[in-house]
Design a protein around this ligand. Structure first.
Ligand SMILES: [Zn+2]
Length: 361
């Protein structure tokens, strides 16, 4: 059975820390921050973009000057490279949490049913800190589907925390129905749920009207103020936020329905989307090149993974040109209506979404 990985993060408090341990953690956090700042200076100075090239330069400094444990020094180098790659002039502006890797100096130890974090703090020295687990987190720690990958150590309001970053493998479920999604510009997503005998169980459509309208407005705004880069960036951000909001709404609805009907989710392969919409003369280039579909698909996949709902990409060739009732060719009478050679008149988007679902049978 096909499995999917995804990441969950659990914030865990370290509790009943002695004064000595708190001091040790404080010292460790300070050294880590000094080390990553030094490492970043080195990386910038040489213009390094690979871990291996910068490693021998930063590692020695982290070890000798800041007494970081060996595995943590490796992470300091990684942190510096990642930061430098994100932007050449990037800086660490605030205190940065310590990166720890499971089974590399850091680990969770189960002692008499209680979990204790082994934290490497300096040189070869580690300390053991009890963790305040809730029932919820405990279930995940002990669930074999969850694997602890990394952890972040930080201080907040005088308390110490570990963020445990876990990878989760949710086995995919067996499905009874198929949910086909037709992606479009005017109607962002039209979907149909069919059973194995091709009976239609549910149909729904989510319009992109609001997005389309606002997007046009932003576009005009951008053109008008093309020379002022500040306003350009602002309206782009606003537009992206709006798009994301809408995509969240659609993704939630689709996954909710797929869960309820125990459906396999079927998408069009996105490589073909642009080709399909170019036939529509009402659209301008700006809209055709939208990345919104990609984002929507990613959101649906992510939410589906959490519930073990499977999905599949199909080649959408002809899905908007053939009749979902008889399979004969047809054409769009208008934006909404589709008519086949056997005179089946249908809603064009629903017709396409059924065809997409049927491809997966
Ligand atoms: Zn027909």
């Amino acid at each position: 059975m096909n499995e999917k990985h995804h990441i969950t993060i659990h914030h865990i408090k370290l509790y009943k820390l002695s004064k000595i341990k708190q001091k040790q953690l404080e010292y460790f956090l300070k050294n880590w921050n000094k080390a990553i700042r030094s490492a970043l200076k080195i990386v910038k100075h040489w213009g390094f973009t690979s871990y291996t090239k910068s490693h021998k330069h930063t590692y020695r400094v982290s070890r000798n000057n800041f007494n970081l444990p060996s595995q943590v020094a490796v992470e300091a180098n990684r942190k510096a490279i990642e930061t430098y790659k994100s932007a050449e002039n990037a800086e660490f502006h605030r205190q940065v949490e310590v990166s720890l890797v499971n089974n590399k100096g850091f680990e969770l130890v189960n002692k008499d049913g209680r979990y204790i974090a082994k934290i490497p703090i300096e040189g070869r020295k580690s300390i053991y800190c009890p963790l305040a687990f809730g029932e919820y987190q405990l279930n995940k720690i002990e669930n074999p589907n969850y694997k602890l990958k990394t952890a972040k150590l930080y201080k907040y309001n005088d308390e110490w925390y570990l963020d445990l970053i876990m990878e989760y493998n949710q086995p995919k479920r067996e499905t009874d129905t198929i949910l086909g999604i037709d992606l479009g510009i005017v109607k962002l997503a039209t979907f149909s749920i069919i059973d194995s005998k091709e009976n239609i169980l549910h149909q729904e459509c989510m319009s992109g009207q609001e997005l389309r309208f606002k997007r046009m407005r932003y576009k005009h705004k951008r053109k008008a103020k093309a020379r002022s880069s500040g306003s350009k960036a602002t309206s782009l951000i606003a537009e992206n936020r709006l798009c994301k909001e809408l995509n969240f709404k659609i993704a939630n609805r689709i996954v909710e329905l797929a869960d309820k009907h125990n459906s396999l989710i079927v998408f069009e392969d996105l490589k073909n989307i642009r080709k399909n919409v170019t036939n529509d003369n009402n659209l301008n280039n700006y809209e055709k090149n939208s990345w919104a579909f990609y984002q929507l698909k990613q959101l649906i996949k992510h939410k589906a993974d959490l519930l073990g709902i499977p999905y599949q990409d199909i080649n959408p060739k002809d899905t908007s040109q053939i009749c979902s009732v008889c399979g004969k060719k047809g054409f769009r009478l208008s934006q909404n209506r589709f008519l086949c050679d056997n005179l089946h008149l249908q809603n064009a988007d629903f017709n396409a979404s059924i065809n997409i679902a049927k491809r997966a049978i």
